[in-house]
Design a protein around this ligand. Structure first.
Ligand SMILES: *Cc1c(COP(=O)(O)O)cnc(C)c1O
Length: 469
């Protein structure tokens, strides 16, 4: 047999490539002002990704050159300080190093007797502290808040009576991932009841009570309420203490979508927004958003650990635990989520949180909220611009108004304007629809954003809007 391995390049040549790669990466992460916040993928570049896999590989150095030429310039751009699209963390240099270490260790993060188990347990303990959950609750890392909510809702809806289908309630502003999770759980689109919001886009508890009462009267089985701490559209906070009281009284499971708000407890100023979250039965949140850990990393916490394990524990002959050796250990993660093979997700989270500390994170959140409020003030001051929602936190929704145009025409105008703004490369905003109106939307969870970036961006929106009318 020939001696063959996948680590093929000779050691010195590979070391040189690795050092070049790291130097290039550090330069690229520092030099964001020298490039657009986003640029479209040219046709020639898209064409480059056609064609079959070669039988003889082209080699590591040649592939790296292709990454530099055809991939790196055309990634989403969210490491740039003026990227405020969707809800997107910017990553950090140290997070990137952590990813390198994660790949180096390549630890199969299934649990058992290996350091990754204890690192993940500590990360989850920190999450329990952050959200006021008891030590006895269970948790597990997953790709993101979508899967985290799928896990939580699987536990919340585990008891089903065929004659009394479960119903889950959430505001009309809830993230679509919640409806998707319920469909995947076989509950059908009708299992999610959309409850009306007030003028601040927060769930209206009276409307919730009416919906639950009507469903009980109709023989359905109200089962859970999903509340949001920071909605994706506008950053609205549902009134958690009132909803928790209602859930106690009605014996409903309270699930929190805290994808955006979870870490706000690290800021004394912003922590009051998270009042009552410790009363939830489960919470889903992300590390790759405001905590800026590189994609991807999310988590779920579940107060009733036994119920959690009941739903996910699986037994296979090849994975039973022995009393010593590799399989022994405090936890096996496959018993808590859909994943079996999984990365050492906890390492980058643990490294970043421990290196940064809660205080600096708190300051980053406060800075971003102040920047969103500054953007709101610029929108207010510009006669051409109009708010489409209040700005309770870090998300600003607005549009450019041309006198004489009706709502349909304004929608079309603002959609064109949004594409102009993105193609300018000056900043990245994305869009949403609020009360049927097309909104330009900025969501600032970017630790690199500087105050002057907000001025630059609003000036560009006004310039492009004025040019288009
Ligand atoms: C991003 C987001 C989600 C989904 O989280 P993923 O990490 O993308 O799976 C759910 N809810 C809210 C409010 C979000 O912002």
């Amino acid at each position: 047999m020939t001696d063959v391995s996948l680590d093929s390049l000779d050691a010195d040549t590979f070391r040189a490539l690795a050092h070049r790669c790291l130097d290039d990466a550090l330069d690229w992460m520092a030099d964001f002002d020298g490039r657009p916040a986003w640029q479209p993928v040219p046709d020639a570049v898209a064409q480059h990704f056609q064609g079959a896999l070669p039988e003889d590989g082209i080699g590591e150095e040649a592939v790296y050159t292709e990454v530099l030429e055809n991939i790196r310039p055309y990634v989403a751009g969210n490491v740039h300080p003026r990227w405020w699209g969707y809800v997107t963390g910017a990553g950090t240099r140290f997070g990137a190093l952590a990813e390198l270490l994660t790949g180096t260790l390549n630890s199969l993060g299934i649990g058992g007797n290996q350091a990754s188990t204890w690192v993940e347990l500590q990360v989850l303990d920190w999450a329990k502290d952050m959200l006021g959950f008891p030590k006895s609750s269970t948790g597990v890392l997953v790709t993101g808040a979508s899967v985290a909510s799928l896990v939580a809702l699987a536990v919340a809806t585990r008891d089903r009576h065929p004659d009394h289908p479960p119903v889950v309630y959430a505001s009309s502003e809830v993230h679509y991932a919640m409806g998707k999770a319920l469909r995947l759980l076989g509950l059908g689109a009708s299992a999610l009841r959309a409850v009306a919001v007030n003028e601040r886009y927060e769930l209206d508890p009276e409307k919730l009570a009416e919906a639950v009462a009507a469903d009980r009267a109709a023989g359905l089985s109200p089962t859970a309420v999903i509340a949001s701490t920071g909605t994706v559209n506008t950053g609205a906070f549902d009134p958690i203490p009132e909803i928790a009281d209602f859930c106690d009284q009605q014996k409903l499971w309270l699930h929190l979508d805290a994808a955006i708000g979870a870490p706000l407890r690290y800021s004394d100023k912003l922590a009051p927004l998270m009042r009552g979250v410790e009363r939830a039965d489960s919470v889903a949140f992300d590390y790759h958003k405001w905590l800026n850990v590189p994609f991807s990393a999310g988590a779920v916490l579940i107060r009733d650990g036994e119920a959690h394990a009941d739903v996910f524990a699986a037994k296979g002959a090849y994975v039973t635990q022995l009393e010593r050796g590799l399989s022994a250990g405090p936890v096996v993660w496959r018993d808590l989520s859909p994943d079996l093979s999984r990365p050492f997700w906890a390492l980058k989270i643990w490294m970043m949180l421990k290196a940064t500390g809660t205080a600096t994170y708190g300051l980053v959140f406060e800075k971003n909220v102040a920047q969103a409020q500054a953007m709101a003030a610029l929108v207010e001051a510009a006669p051409q611009l109009e708010f489409l929602a209040p700005v309770p936190l870090n998300i600003v929704c607005f549009r450019y108004v041309v006198p004489g145009l009706d709502d349909d025409a304004l929608d079309a105008f603002n959609a064109q304007l949004l594409m102009d703004v993105q193609e300018s490369g000056v900043c990245v905003l994305t869009h949403t629809h609020l009360d049927g109106r097309f909104a330009l939307r900025a969501c600032i969870v970017n630790h690199r954003t500087r105050d002057e970036d907000v001025d630059v961006a609003v000036r560009e929106v006004l310039r492009l809007g004025d040019a288009r009318r």
